[in-house]
Design a protein around this ligand. Structure first.
Ligand code: NI
Length: 252
């Protein structure tokens, strides 16, 4: 069994064939799908997936850094209300994004740390988005070392950064980037024990080779798992066993 620890299956890119996408993934061995939230606009569609696929789909709650704008306090209030109303598997996705827009950096930091503290109160893991901000996020988490666990989603950092993440006892989410030659992530993950890795797609984004540039979907987790097995010189079964255990232990 494999797990897609990060998929936005609820987005409109899947409106025409969501059921088929899940069936294809299940046929490839991917049995569970963890759904990171984006903002108040994505919640209804995400929660509908849990209703439609109760054995396979599990929702997170959180405010994505790219949705942190002037109204971030209202958005955070909505997240907080949901966290009080029902149980979620994690708080996510949260973090810092300095790739698209740096103008809300202070608000992004404030939103991130607020949500980290909610995660500690509720004893939930966090799922982190850290585009162009991996060292900043690692630094922000230092005061919380040992108090919170989670995943650095879409990890594409260096071996040095991986070591700092392991020191925080966090996991790294590996997706399609592992198949991109220039990223050299296959060399970096040779330095990371399998105990700290989980599989993900971030679908519909970041499809692996040979589907790069097309819509990503959860069945492609298998391609990433095969590439991981090759890079780490272990069997696919070993990758499946360990990454699945890591994900299930984290999300409980
Ligand atoms: Ni995402």
């Amino acid at each position: 069994m494999l797990i897609d620890t990060h998929t936005h299956l609820y987005l409109k890119q899947f409106d025409d064939d969501r059921k088929e996408v899940i069936e294809r993934a299940e046929a490839a061995g991917i049995k569970k799908f963890f759904l990171p939230n984006i903002d108040s606009q994505s919640i209804d569609a995400m929660l509908q997936m849990e209703i439609d696929f109760p054995d396979n789909c599990f929702a997170m709650m959180g405010l994505h850094p790219c949705s942190v704008k002037e109204n971030f306090e209202e958005e955070l209030q909505i997240v907080e209300n949901w966290l009080q109303k029902r149980k979620f598997c994690a708080i996510g996705e949260i973090g810092i994004d300095l790739y698209w827009d740096k103008s809300f950096f202070e608000q992004q930091k404030k939103s991130f740390l607020t949500q980290v503290e909610w995660a500690i109160d509720l004893q939930l893991p966090i799922v982190i988005h850290c585009r162009e901000s991996i060292d900043i996020v690692i630094d922000l988490l230092q005061p919380y070392n040992g108090k919170v666990k989670g995943i650095f989603h879409c990890f594409g950092g260096t071996a040095e950064q991986a070591k700092r993440i392991i020191d925080l006892d966090f996991l790294m989410g590996i997706g399609g980037v592992l198949t991109f030659k220039k990223a050299k992530l296959d060399e970096v993950i040779q330095e990371i024990p399998l105990e700290y890795l989980v599989l993900e797609t971030d679908s519909p984004y970041l499809a692996p080779v040979p589907y790069r540039g097309k819509r990503n979907e959860s069945s492609y987790v298998k391609i990433v798992a095969e590439k991981m097995a090759e890079a780490k010189n272990v069997t696919l079964e070993k990758v499946a066993e360990l990454t699945t255990n890591n994900a299930l232990n984290l999300f409980k």
